[in-house]
Write a protein that binds this ligand. Structure first.
Ligand code: GDP
Ligand code: CA
Length: 310
């Protein structure tokens, strides 16, 4: 059985760890958001690809949910003391990877090739693919102006209420090599419990990825990033309220209209199940909080089995 997983960073990476624990990692392909990517200090940084890479390589910081475990911050402290750009948190070990990636990209290697090389060196068996090799950038139109993703998310702490999410470069972006094959060959497509607007949205903004999902012949199962109508972390609930009109399971599913067959929701949202069901999306109710390895694996198993729950 082959599985393709659409994913963002923190929530997605946690879920992917459960997936590769539950099935043979070699049968798993992660299709990862690149709308958050940025250039900082002259380096090409791909935060969601790195969260997934570090998580699957066993190098991630569990507590923080992003970056590497055992991290130190000497380079950034030096940057700051020299008056350099220091708003985007980059640890010393993390910086090493960005340097290697930036050099490879500047020599002309596509992001997908660079990512595959890094994954191989780090012993990751699952395939990690950027949604696209082309430049696709998420922008937020807010009540206080328009901002590139990281400026809104990190520098402004995602406080500005969002009226619209835009994906610069998405219209012409082609899926990275391997993405469409993974979707076509998959026996099951999963959407990780990632932010629907700014993590999964940019992936679906690539037209040929969206149409591959629309025309899928296999089930697609999403996992809600909300528990009790609230995000575990980040702006997902606030965005759902403002952009989708509410935070129930049906509101989450409406972000994936026509694209999913089932939505895994938390026990705390069990009251939403009937309404969701009446929209044609099968609700699967379970504990979705991934607090440890056992919980991650259990959630992965429920998502993998969701279509058999009819
Ligand atoms: P980002 O790219 O780093 O912002 O990460 P994602 O978009 O992949 O994940 C962010 C989402 O993960 C948030 O909306 C969280 O609510 C969700 N999330 C984090 N941990 C958990 C968890 O244990 N269970 C569930 N259901 N969602 C989670
Ligand atoms: Ca992200």
């Amino acid at each position: 059985m082959k599985v393709a997983v659409l994913t963002g960073g923190v929530g997605g990476a946690r879920f992917l760890r459960g997936i590769v624990d539950a099935v043979d990692p070699a049968t798993v392909t992660a299709i990862v958001n690149v709308g958050d990517d940025l250039e900082v200090l002259g380096l090409s940084v791909s935060p969601d690809l790195d969260s997934v890479l570090y998580a699957l390589a066993g190098l991630g910081d569990d507590e923080r949910g992003w970056g590497r475990a055992d991290e130190t911050w000497n380079a950034l402290a030096t940057v700051e003391s020299l008056g350099g750009e220091s708003w985007f948190r980059l640890g010393d070990r993390d910086l090493g990877l960005h340097i290697v990636r930036t050099q490879a990209l500047s020599e002309g290697a596509p992001l997908s090739t660079v990512t595959a090389r890094l994954a191989a060196v780090l012993g990751v068996e699952a395939a990690i693919l950027p949604a696209t090799d082309e430049e696709l950038r998420t922008w937020l139109d807010t009540t206080n102006g328009s901002f590139p993703f990281q400026e809104w998310f990190v520098a402004r702490a995602h406080r500005d209420p969002v009226d619209r999410v835009r994906f610069e470069g998405a219209t012409d972006a082609q899926p990275a090599p391997g993405v469409l094959d993974a979707l076509h060959e998959a026996d099951l497509i999963l959407v990780a419990p990632s932010n629907p607007f700014v993590s999964i949205g940019p992936i679906l903004a690539v037209e040929r990825i969206r149409s591959a999902l629309e025309r899928r012949r296999v089930p697609c199962v999403a996992v809600s990033p909300l528990i009790g109508g609230l995000a575990v972390k980040g702006p997902a609930a606030r965005m759902l309220q403002r952009l989708q009109g509410g935070t129930t399971a049906t509101h989450v599913a409406s972000c994936y209209s026509g694209l999913i067959d089932a939505l895994v929701i938390d026990e705390k949202d069990a009251a939403d199940a009937d309404a969701l069901s009446s929209t044609g999306v099968r609700p699967v109710v379970t504990n979705t909080l991934m607090r440890d390895a056992a919980a991650r694996r259990r959630l992965a198993e429920v998502a993998l089995d969701a279509v058999a729950f009819a």
